[in-house]
Design a binder for this molecule. Structure first.
Ligand code: C2G
Length: 145
């Protein structure tokens, strides 16, 4: 049983995430996703649209995912690899060579898969106009009824 582990926020689950999970699972038999908690997202400087529980439920519904665990800090990865007997850590190529992952090569294989071009959670939010509203000082306040 070859065990694969990947990390991420997986907010507004999209085709780029699904392709990553699909290719990661194809490298082995069991795929674990360490999902960034809302608190860790704050540390990462990310504000997810869906909270952790919702993002977890969505990932658990993906056929390639066998287990979802919380990602609470940058430091837990070696422990995760040992605790879950991980053979391969997989990340998208935007993480290639990162000191957040390359050191894991002393404990398991580390594979970076090409990122899917043209889609991202940030792009979806922007295209849907979900970006945080800017304080438009010129906005004329609507008169209260
Ligand atoms: N991804 C991808 N193609 C995209 C978008 C994302 O392959 N178009 C991959 C990313 O490279 C990552 C995974 O999908 O491997 C999850 O992406 P994010 O949720 O953006 O993850 P990130 O915020 O990079 O969190 O400790 C590591 C962090 O938790 C990784």
């Amino acid at each position: 049983m070859k065990r694969i582990l990947t990390y991420g926020t997986f907010d507004l689950l999209h085709y780029g995430h699904i392709r990553l999970l699909q290719r990661a699972k194809a490298l082995g038999d069991y795929l674990i996703v360490a999902l960034s908690t809302d608190e860790f997202n704050e540390i990462k400087g990310k504000k997810a649209y869906h909270n952790y529980e919702t993002r977890k439920k969505m990932l658990e519904a993906v056929r390639y995912v066998d287990l979802v665990i919380p990602e609470e800090n940058w430091e837990q990865k070696i422990n995760d690899v040992k605790e879950y007997h991980v053979d391969v850590v997989v990340m998208g190529s935007d993480w290639a060579g990162s000191d957040r992952f390359d050191y894991l090569k002393d404990y398991c294989e580390v594979v970076y898969l090409d990122r899917t071009e043209g889609v991202s959670t940030t792009k979806i939010k922007k295209d849907l106009g979900l970006q945080e509203p800017k304080n438009d000082i010129n906005q004329i306040p609507t008169p209260s009824k």
